[in-house]
Each structure stands twice: as C-alpha cells, then as structure tokens.
Write a protein that binds this ligand. Structure first.
Ligand SMILES: [Zn+2]
Length: 207
C-alpha cells in the first residue's frame, strides 16, 4: 500500500484531502505542527477527534517557541495571521518525516482561498514546484503534492461532502475559541464555501 505524509491542521482542506487519500487506499501518516499559533489547541483537538474516529493517530511536532514570531507580537494589524515562510517549514518537516518512514509523498491542503490573496505567495503552484526542485536536490525521491491548489473552497466542500468528511469536527477559526468566531477571514471563507456549495454548514458560529 502506498504511504503518504499529510500535513493535517484539522481544517476543511486538509480533512478533505485526508478522506481523498484514504478513499484511494493510501496509508496516511498525519502530521500536525503546533507553531504556538492562537488556534493550535482547537486545531489539535479537531485533528485528534477526526483521526480517533478513523482509528488513526497523528504525529505532533511542537514548536511553541515560535510564538515569538507571531504577527501579533510584532503589533501588525493588517494580515495579522500571516506567517511568511511557514509552509516552507511545514513541508521541510513533512519531508523529514516522509524520509524517516521510507515514503516518497507529502500532501498539503493548499487551496485557492490563499491564491486569491497576493499576501500568501507560498500557496501557489509555483511555490509547490520550487519546493519540489529543492526537495529533489536531496535525491531521495520525496515530493510534495497539493492536489487542491486552484480548487475553489466550495468545490472542496462538495468533494468532502461526497466522501463523508465530518465537517462539524473540523476547525478553521484563527482565534482558537471553543466555537468559531464567525468573523475572522477563515470563518468568513468557511461560511461562504458552504453557502456557495449549497451544503448545510454544521459549524457553530459565535456570530
Ligand atoms: Zn473565526
């Protein structure tokens, strides 16, 4: 059976990707990275709850010390959830894990939500291909795949719906509260995706 490392954040995109891989009979090794971000606890809870249901488990890499890099610490208001270079770090960690497992494949749930924003250059096809060039230099055959790149979030929701993704267990909010805030960019994207997909949104929003 093919094996793959999946960067799993507990959000919609990576959850749908998880179900896509499992439906293809791929043995998935989820990886969660806690980089000291606001939503880390809520995301990890979503990851563990979903994987428990599937009788799978995740490896967790704790990099809480990175919280000093938080845009909030720098006092930035605009793009205050923007972590430049983060995906380079995630893919590197996943590549190290894949190599340790003897797997060649890394999956990351980048979607077009990010593509729409020039401030997220690390979620483009060009970024993925450049990361693959870099990984290729090591000669171990490890590659990163982002099959949802360029796919609109409402389409991702539809794919997930067909695959039986438990959307009520996924977590998207930037603030990490008990329920989704309903107002941050991630919550707004989430609401819009369900609305555009014409699928009932099971999320509890504060507003
Ligand atoms: Zn929110």
């Amino acid at each position: 059976m093919a094996r793959a490392v999946l960067l799993f954040s507990g959000g919609i995109d990576s959850a749908v990707l998880l179900y896509m891989l499992l439906s293809k009979g791929i043995r998935v090794y989820p990886l969660f990275v806690d980089y000291g971000h606001k939503a880390s606890k809520a995301e990890e809870k979503a990851v563990v709850t979903i994987l428990d249901m599937l009788k799978l488990s995740t490896k967790v890499i704790r990099l809480k010390e990175l919280r000093f890099l938080s845009p909030h610490v720098r006092g930035l208001k605009k793009n205050s959830f923007y972590y430049p270079y983060r995906n380079v770090l995630f893919i590197t960690l996943a590549a190290m894990y894949a190599y340790a497992l003897g797997s060649n494949s890394i999956f990351i749930g980048l979607s077009s939500t990010y593509l729409q924003r020039a401030s997220f250059p690390n979620a483009t096809e060009d970024f993925v291909s450049k990361m693959n060039e870099l990984l290729g230099m090591y000669g171990h055959g490890v590659k990163v795949y982002a099959p949802l790149i360029g796919v609109e979030k409402s389409v991702i929701v539809r794919i997930g719906n067909k695959l039986g993704v438990p959307f009520h267990l996924t977590y998207s909010c930037y603030y990490g509260g008990e329920v989704h805030c309903g107002k941050c960019p991630a919550c707004l994207n989430r609401k819009l995706a369900f609305r555009k997909a014409g699928i009932n949104d099971p999320t509890i929003y504060a507003k």
